[in-house]
Each structure stands twice: as C-alpha cells, then as structure tokens.
Design a protein around this ligand. Sequence first.
Ligand SMILES: [Zn+2]
Length: 238
Amino acid sequence: MRGLGVVLAAVLLALPAATNAARTPIVVLDPGHDLRANPDTEPIGPGSSVRKIKDGGGTRGVVSGLTEGELNLRVALRLRSLLERAGMRVVMTRTKTAGTSIGNVARARIANRSGADLFLRIHADGSTDRTARGTHTLYPALRRGWTDDVYGASKRAARLVQSEVVHALGFPDRGLQERSDFTGFNWSDVPVILVELGFMTNPTEDRLLATSAYERRAAVGLCRGALRFLGRLKASCR
Ligand SMILES: [Zn+2]
C-alpha cells in the first residue's frame, strides 16, 4: 500500500497547480533614477540614430531634501511587498540607491527578459514652477516597429493605474500623456507605464510624499491599478 500512498500524495500535490490555470503574473518595478545621474547617451529606440542621455538624475524635494531616486525606491519596496502578498511575482530593476543609474535601455531589457506582464516605472516630478502639482501617468505613443505591440495594453494600464493612484493620494488629476521620446518605452516589448506620483518641487506634495503614510498610500494605489490591469481583485492590496 506504500506505493499507492506515494501516488496519492503526488496527485494531491499536483492538484493546486493543475486547478490554477492562470500563470502567476510578473510585475517589473522600476524605481526611477539612482544615487548618481548617468551622462552617457543611448539610442531612444532600437536602430535609432537619435540618442538621449541615460539618466539626468531626477528631482529633489524642496522641503524634505529627499532625492527622487530614494522616494521612488521607498514606494517601490512597499509596492513589492503588497504585490507579493497578493500573489504576484515581482522583479526589481534596483533595490538600493547606491550607484550610477543604469539607464533606460538596461531597465527595459530587465522587463523584457523577465517576460513582464506589466513594467511599472515609478517617478516623481519636478518643475521650476513651485505651484505645479498633481499626479499623471505616461505611456508609449504608437510607433510601428517599436511600440505597436504594447500600445493598447499600456494605455489601458495607464488609465487604470492613474485613477487608482489619484484616488489613493488625493492629489490633482493631471491625466494621461503619450510619449514618443522615452527610451525606456521604445525599448520595451512588454506593457509599460511611468507614473509621476506628484511634484517634489511643490512644498505641499513634497512634504506629504516624504511621509511613510503617503508612501504607503502611493504603493496601495499602484498595487490596485496593477491588479485591475492584471485581472485580479484590487482588494488583495493590503
Ligand atoms: Zn524621475
């Protein structure tokens, strides 16, 4: 009877996998920037002769003094926990703010190689106008050969994530924006969006975003939007 027991155990072990038809979604989180900017250039899309700087370095909080790279990472690490608890697989483009930015082609390659269902880029904005404020989400403009394969899905993800982040943070809704000039979009072979959580050059938004309560709110909003895009229950973001 020992043989039958082993067979039964094998069948029982195989059951959860067999009944869970959908594969675990993969989300690649890309906290924008790093400790240092990267002045090298790279082509803005595959085969392009137009080159752009790899990373200008990001902005900085006018009140908090926090760097954008560090804020982006704080939110991304909270988001990773929420998504993993909700059953997603998460890949990070970085887990420390410690070096020179790898640039945007490298970030897109991580997402492509991971076979991401969503490549979620986390940023905060800066402006010379300190009254500029609010949340907006960017997605790739349609360009044949570069983004036609990810355009529709990216736009849908942008819409869902923008609405959840606006709801979570309560900052003004600056809407969606298509971009044809983002290296990290043009090199992406998977659905990709870039969320600008708020303005670190606006004293009100900077002060709030530097608190753990608002970093958590941002992560919850991003998680809810991502799960809606992936066809999962957003209530799982806890
Ligand atoms: Zn940025």
